[in-house]
Design a protein around this ligand. Structure first.
Ligand code: SF4
Length: 570
């Protein structure tokens, strides 16, 4: 336990929630608004370095230079504005130079941490991965990425240790089976989240897969959307468990049923986490499947044209939605982008708990889908290839990745389920994991991420092992999301126990890796951001004991079937 953490009994709300007038301070005068760089208001001149390099050359054009120059001449030939800017549009970031820990990096700029190797993201966009695709993903990793592969909570496969010389060969390998890295990062339409059980779940409202395919086909790699103010995250699900975290995406389509028109999608906009977390606002509309792509184009168009570009920290759709309000957003969408009125429809009911699909479940066609939990999303190229072999051997339909760093195998015949589950176990994928293995996520962290302050993947995996030993029979789910910095890539604020990496003081007053704790966050029926309790800071070394103390306090104090979140918020 850290010297500056409190004993983690039931948390109480912390201090300064009072407004200034109540506290006796004079009211602030509203400041005059400065131009935010919104194109639709006539601001076309770049107001920062990112806007400048995007204007200088469409970031998608960097692919030709990678193939024709950089891959042939090597890392040192890469133009700096491509290296730190446009490479991202093809899913490439320089990874963190090995050997720097949190304390040492405090005084360094991110570019000083550049390694000569890249992290590469491969987007899956909710698609089904068959044996060929899994083996291509696997072999690209074993040949070109030192057998690294992580399943991210945006349904990507993420490699590390990629040399620029090998990038064209990786693209060739992946594109031959319909996979790509285009716009997997950058100020662009990032990889889409789709329901992992689309088309097979017995309780599905509507299968949104055709709409995701259409959005991808029309807009990914389309120069009309390759210069957005910043990242733009899409989620779409027709499953009642809202299995794609739609509350925290820039644009989400969520299955709903109109009393006259039948199944369709509500539209939610402006969600996002990071340092200014906001939940998406619901338009309360009904959009039929074949009009989803047009609605997506309208929302992305609003972001492109009206989104704030002056400050990177304000260049997300959520700030525009917060300033406009949902009614103005809807009317701009209807009047300027769709040229028609959207159909009103009550927003769908939220699930008690968002769906992760881990375990064995019957499909509507009588076959089964099997959700398995790699620890904190970490797999390997070898494992992906073996998974491809298993899918083929058992005649399963294929694999989808989840928004929780897990995977789901679809279409397993009833008489093969037991053997298949055992075979998955044999390659390290449990379909019956403990609470901790199932409900813990971790971002990339200091091992590879230049923004990280602390280690995450390895620390979280060790935490899972220890909590399984200490609480082998936990009877209620508790989620733990481990993040290496405030950017919240593993969704710090919406876990029961959310951990944000930062330097903290240990018992001897030394700065060491640790976490700011957020407690009681969650999505679904009661979406709420976890309470950031200033006194709840824990060293990385003290994390096992901290979580243990919190869980013991919850188990001792809970009433009836109270959840962890209910207990924190009581
Ligand atoms: Fe990197 Fe921070 Fe995102 Fe983790 S949360 S992957 S440390 S930017």
């Amino acid at each position: 336990m850290t010297s500056n953490s409190t004993t983690p009994n039931k948390p109480t709300p912390t201090g300064p929630g009072r407004n200034r007038e109540a506290a006796g301070a004079p009211a602030r005068r509203p400041r005059p608004k400065r131009g935010e760089g919104q194109w639709a208001l006539g601001y076309r001149e770049p107001l920062n370095a990112n806007e400048q390099f995007k204007k200088d050359d469409d970031a998608l054009n960097v692919r030709a230079r990678i193939e024709n120059i950089y891959a042939l001449r090597g890392f040192d030939s890469i133009d700096p504005s491509d290296l730190s800017g446009r490479f991202r549009w093809w899913g490439l970031y320089t990874q963190r130079k090995p050997g720097y820990d949190g304390g040492k990096t405090a005084a360094l700029e991110p570019h000083e941490l550049d390694d000569r190797y890249f992290m590469m993201r491969v987007r899956t966009d909710g698609a089904l991965l068959g044996p060929e695709q899994l083996r291509a993903l696997g072999s690209a990793s074993t040949e070109f990425a030192r057998d690294t592969a992580d399943i991210t909570d945006r349904q990507n496969i993420q490699y590390h240790w990629v040399a620029v010389e090998d990038v064209p060969a990786i693209w060739q390998r992946l594109e031959a089976v319909g996979l790509e890295t285009q716009e997997a990062c950058g100020d662009s339409p990032r990889p889409f989240l789709g329901s992992p059980v689309a088309g097979v779940a017995a309780d599905e409202i509507i299968d949104g897969s055709p709409a995701l395919r259409e959005i991808k086909q029309r807009f990914i790699g389309n120069p009309a959307f390759s210069n957005l103010p910043r990242k733009f995250k899409t989620a779409l699900t027709g499953h009642p468990s809202h299995d794609v975290a739609p509350e925290v995406n820039d644009v989400s389509f969520v299955g709903t049923v109109h009393p006259e028109h039948g199944p369709g999608f509500d539209l939610w906009v402006g969600g996002g986490l990071s340092t200014n977390p906001m939940l998406a606002q619901k338009l309360g509309v009904w959009i039929p499947l074949d009009e989803v792509a047009d609605a997506w184009e309208g929302v992305a168009g609003i972001f492109r044209d009206y989104g704030y570009r002056r400050l990177r920290s304000r260049a997300r759709l959520k700030f525009l939605v917060a300033d406009w309000g949902v009614e103005k957003f809807r009317s701009i969408l209807e009047d300027e982008y769709l040229d028609r009125r959207l159909v009103d429809c009550p927003s769908p009911a939220s699930p008690r708990v968002a769906g992760d699909h881990v375990g064995v479940h019957r499909q509507k066609d009588g076959a089964f889908y099997v959700g398995a939990a790699p620890t904190v999303g970490r797999v390997s190229g070898t494992l992906l290839s073996r998974l491809g072999d298993l899918v083929e051997e058992y005649g399963a339909q294929g694999v989808r990745l989840t928004a929780y760093q897990k995977l789901v195998v679809l279409g397993v015949a009833e008489d093969k389920v037991d053997a298949f589950v055992a075979a998955l176990d044999g390659i390290g994928l449990s379909a019956r994991p403990s609470n901790w293995r199932k409900n813990t996520m971790a971002c990339t962290g200091i091992e590879f991420c230049k923004l990280a302050i602390v280690d995450t993947k390895n620390r979280a995996a060790a935490l899972v092992d220890e909590l399984e030993r200490r609480f082998p029979d936990l009877d209620t789910p508790i989620t733990v999301n481990v993040n290496g910095c405030p950017n919240a890539c593993a969704r710090t604020q919406v876990a029961d126990i959310g951990l944000k990496g930062q330097l903290v003081l240990d018992e001897d007053g030394r700065q060491v890796e640790g976490f700011q704790v957020h407690l009681g966050g969650g999505l679904g029926l009661d979406p709420v951001f976890g309470k950031k309790l200033r006194a709840h800071k824990v060293t990385s070394a003290g994390l096992d004991d901290y979580v243990t103390a919190v869980v013991h306090a919850f188990l001792a104090d809970r009433e009836g079937d109270e959840t962890f979140q209910d207990w924190v918020l009581r």
